[in-house]
Design a protein around this ligand. Structure first.
Ligand SMILES: [Zn+2]
Length: 221
């Protein structure tokens, strides 16, 4: 009988928990792709925080070796999501950094800290400013709207509306334009953006898209 290999934090060598496995969402995601429940409310478990050195990552045992040198030099951040974002930034992982800052915004939402959530969303929108991917641009549009960046939100919505988008992205842009015109910074579900008569089949399409996002968030499909 061989023992399973010892899992340790790459930065300091303390024992490391395995990666968190979030339950699959059963309800529609928000417009910024925060997953529905039951995955949604497990947010505070998505990052593992090392009890010894405080490093935060989905899997402390799978960080690149460079993290050992970098992590101790990073500025102290009380939010594990922002500690992880700073680590991603130092490791050259721009997409991981943006996702971690958005997750920090979600945590601020849950804590009722609207100002912090808006400031974090503005950071995410800046980091995504040059992304050509439609999904990222739609998520950026939501970050701009929810942080009250009306001019930037209107400009992006107008640009997207002039492009040949598929049905669901088009419905999301139409919905966002109405919410932007109403100066609405509230959270909305993707399912709210879809026209009622065709509601059910569209929700199926959205569900089919989820595994990709969950894979990005949790390293699995
Ligand atoms: Zn550690």
């Amino acid at each position: 009988m061989s023992k399973p290999p010892r899992r340790v934090c790459v930065v300091c060598g303390a024992p490391a928990q395995p990666r968190f496995r979030a339950p699959q969402p059963e309800t529609a995601p928000d417009l910024d792709m925060r997953p529905g429940e039951p995955a949604r409310s497990t947010l505070d478990q998505w990052l593992r925080v090392c009890r010894r050195c405080g490093t935060a990552a989905p899997d402390l045992a799978e960080l690149p070796a460079a993290a050992r040198e970098i992590a101790p030099t990073l500025p102290a951040e009380s939010s594990p999501f922002l500690r992880h974002a700073a680590l991603c930034d130092s490791l050259g992982d721009a997409s991981g950094r943006a996702e971690a800052i958005l997750q920090a915004a979600w945590a601020a939402d849950d804590a009722g800290d609207e100002q912090a959530a808006a400031a974090l969303r503005r950071q995410v929108a800046d980091l995504w400013a040059d992304s050509p991917a439609t999904e990222t641009r739609l998520r950026r549009l939501d970050a701009l709207r929810r942080s009250g960046e009306w001019q930037k939100a209107e400009a992006l919505a107008e640009a997207l509306a002039g492009e040949p988008l598929d049905e669901i992205p088009r419905a999301v842009v139409t919905f966002q334009r109405a919410r932007i015109a109403a100066r609405d910074t509230a959270r909305h579900l993707i399912s709210s953006a879809l026209p009622p008569p065709a509601h059910a089949p569209h929700v199926t399409h959205v569900q089919a898209r989820r595994p990709g996002l969950m894979a990005r968030l949790f390293g699995r499909g």
